[in-house]
Design a protein around this ligand. Structure first.
Ligand code: PHE
Length: 424
């Protein structure tokens, strides 16, 4: 299960979303705030979701019914469903871009293309309505097929190969970055903070990114942990997943920013950043043809392992709530997401609205509620027993976790949301 969780965490959020947000928010300052929030808010919430799922052995809505019967807490599960759909709407569109770049790489690569040509071809692709839609739907169909077969079959093995391969690939790209003219500038941008670039928006963006990248705040981890049989040292394995996830984001930054400066691109380019930057690197690299294919294939697969975790969460809920078969649940869910994806592909405003709505609002509110639930509502003895596997593991970390989940995470999130809404 650990690999499936890592597969859910590592996705487009790390390689596509992190660099473009860091680029828009002054680089290093964003990175530092993001790292602090991973530790103070993200990790305690990951552990909360795991404890909830493990104790209840149910998907999000039913899990809250089991742990807090006859209360309104199951509303958190409904919120999770809403985020799942909204997030998948834009996520499948970006995953579709990845597939398109994979096809482009196979068809001839980016050899001999200038930065301007790469940018033109991206713009003409995304501004044609049907092409992005077709790729997004193809992506959804593949994810749906996997979820219909059941997450446990095969996915674990798949992730075991993919994760290390993606890691190695990113390291290669980082080594290559070192040879680029823009290395110094890129590194300064990513690692030496310019605090003047920090605004309230930077902080809310960083918080949203923490939730999105760790797959937390929407019940996906509740669902995955409800499948785990036996117990493990949760604090340790989830700590490792968070470290892997964060390292992938930083490596993506090191792979991308030196190239951004080398090829005269803008760090604040927005959602197209990775797609405009890396093809330039591949275009001038010996063996770039194969590396481009490899990279976009791995990115697509990383996107799939994340998408299926969201679809699995929705599927588990649909099965539990409506008593329908897995296949039927998957079909209904995919069609609904397909409609949202078409809307995102057709309009960049809808796309950006869905992105911000899910990461900066719905996930953060979901996370706030999960923190309050775990810290203040969850039966304390059951919480301790589940978290530590009856006193076997991580007993020393438990008090720290409890403090974080009772005070630091809820106060921190509430503060950031209120500031975002302009109330304080
Ligand atoms: N964590 C995934 C990523 O970084 C996205 C995701 C979000 C997956 C929420 C599941 C739940 O790409």
């Amino acid at each position: 299960m650990m690999m499936a969780v890592a597969g859910s965490a590592v996705g487009l959020g790390n390689i596509w979303r992190f660099p473009f947000l860091a680029g828009q928010n002054g680089g290093a300052a964003f990175l530092i705030i993001y790292l602090a929030l991973v530790l103070l808010v993200g990790l305690p919430l990951v552990l909360s979701e795991f404890t909830i799922g493990r104790a209840a052995k149910m998907g999000p809505i039913k899990a809250f019914e089991v742990l807090a019967p006859r209360t309104k807490w199951k509303g958190v599960g409904y919120l999770n469903v809403l985020v799942g759909f909204v997030l998948m709407g834009f996520y499948s569109v970006v995953a579709g871009w990845t597939l398109r770049f994979l096809v482009d790489s196979v068809a001839g690569g980016f050899e001999g293309m200038s930065a301007a040509q790469i940018s033109d071809s991206f713009t003409s692709f995304t501004s044609s309505v049907w092409q992005p839609v077709i790729y997004a739907i193809f992506f959804l169909a593949v994810s749906a097929l996997i979820v219909a077969r059941g997450v446990e079959k095969g996915i674990e093995k798949f992730n075991k190969v993919l994760m290390p391969a993606l890691f190695v690939m990113l390291i290669l790209l980082c080594v290559n970055s070192f040879t680029l003219d823009g290395w110094d500038e890129g590194m300064t941008f990513l690692f030496s903070p310019d605090w003047s670039a920090v605004t309230g928006q930077t902080i809310i963006d960083a918080l949203g990114q923490v939730f999105l990248t760790l797959s937390v705040g929407m019940g996906v981890l509740i669902t995955y942990s409800s499948y785990v049989v036996g117990d493990d040292n949760m604090a340790r394995s989830k700590g490792i997943v968070s470290i892997i996830d964060t390292s992938v984001a930083i490596l993506a930054g090191v792979a991308i920013f030196p190239a951004v400066f080398t090829f005269g691109l803008e760090p604040a380019e927005g959602p197209a950043l990775v797609f405009l930057t890396l093809p330039n690197v591949f275009a001038q690299l010996p063996g770039g043809y194969f590396l481009a294919i490899l990279f976009f294939a791995m990115l697509a697969i990383a996107a799939i392992t994340s998408a299926i975790s969201i679809m699995e969460m929705l599927t588990a809920i649909f099965i539990e709530q409506f008593n329908i078969t897995r296949r039927r649940a998957v079909t209904i869910i995919s069609v609904m997401i397909g409609v949202l994806a078409v809307m995102c592909a057709a309009s960049s405003q809808v796309f950006e609205f869905f992105d911000t709505l899910s990461a900066n609002y719905l996930l953060t509110i979901g996370g706030l509620l999960i923190a309050i639930f775990t810290g203040w509502v969850f039966n304390r003895k059951q919480l301790y027993d589940t978290f530590t596997s009856d006193g076997r593991y991580a007993t020393a970390i438990y008090p720290v976790f409890l403090f974080a989940v009772r005070f630091i995470a809820p106060v921190g999130i509430a503060f950031i949301i209120l500031a975002e809404l302009g109330i304080i």
